[in-house]
Design a protein around this ligand. Sequence first.
Ligand SMILES: [Zn+2]
Length: 365
Amino acid sequence: MANLRDKFSSVTIADLVASNLKIKIQKATLDTEHTEVLEEILRRYRITVREWIENLGDSETPGIGRDFLERLSILDCEHKIDLKQRPAAVYNSFYKWGGGEFVNTMTYGEGALAGPQTAFHSEIHEDEHGLQKHAAAALHISPFNANCKIVVCPEDWMLLEQRCEEGAYARQSWFGMLLGYQMKRDASLWDPDPFTPEEFWALRQKGMSVPEILFEAANQSMKKSYYSDNPNSSFRFANSYHDVALQNYITGITERVNKGETGFIFVRVEPEDVWDIGNTSIFNCFGKNPSNPDLIKMPPLLPFTAMNLKNLRESYKIPERDTLPTLREALASLNMTKADLIRETFERGKIRSQQTTSVPVLNVA
Ligand SMILES: [Zn+2]
């Protein structure tokens, strides 16, 4: 094993990719030695991705890649590799099991072996979810945050999920466009996600500014068909994320109730709470108006999701959204600010990371 590790100092990414292909062919033989090769490939990809990010920028946004990395360093997110994980990258915030602690972890998985460009798109998307956690107090009143009695109502949990994805896909299309441009507009580097780098590029060519396009990207991405081969399908990205969010909510709140917890303070969010989610870069993808009432408007739920929501509300006696206090009012009653709420989570996370344990986690972003 030591010899294998020594070899890594002289091999190139191309050699490692060749090893990866060979291992894929002989998948049944994925032993410790092969696992070590694959993990080394992912480490190399991550270094390549960081170099690409560092150089991102154009005339309107010089140094935006370095700015992104600086913001990430404040986030103080732990990085891991787990080949048992299918997605290329995942950002984890709160534990699903084990006390609802804040894990603040980015994990590269098997999917990133597809190549450094796949790792790039996934990392940008998931990093953005991490930055959102640092920017928005509303993401800390999660049913998974067992240290917080204030819990967002399920409707707004779905809304927050949708807005987080809008922000992440907007950032991904922006940086994907910059990477494609940086790499001489090589279209193979452009990922076909809900709002593509090509679409971003086309709007720039029409003279729109970066903040205007980010707003457009955030606004359009979740309205698109979930199926790339059927753009007219009524099942939209927003529907998919609502369903996932509601299932997660049920898991989280059920766990806490089963542990005997009571005294939840259910709240609703205001436009400003949602706008905070976009506050991860010099341009907020939700525009310049934090009080924009559209920020808390949601598309209609599919009947299946609406039925699950009704059942959930009845099971746990969660009042109707419009009768609830706002997050701002609930915090004021506890003599806290939004900044206090975010700081408490991150400080608790730091203490936890010094006593690291291996507990399964769930991505709730
Ligand atoms: Zn996401």
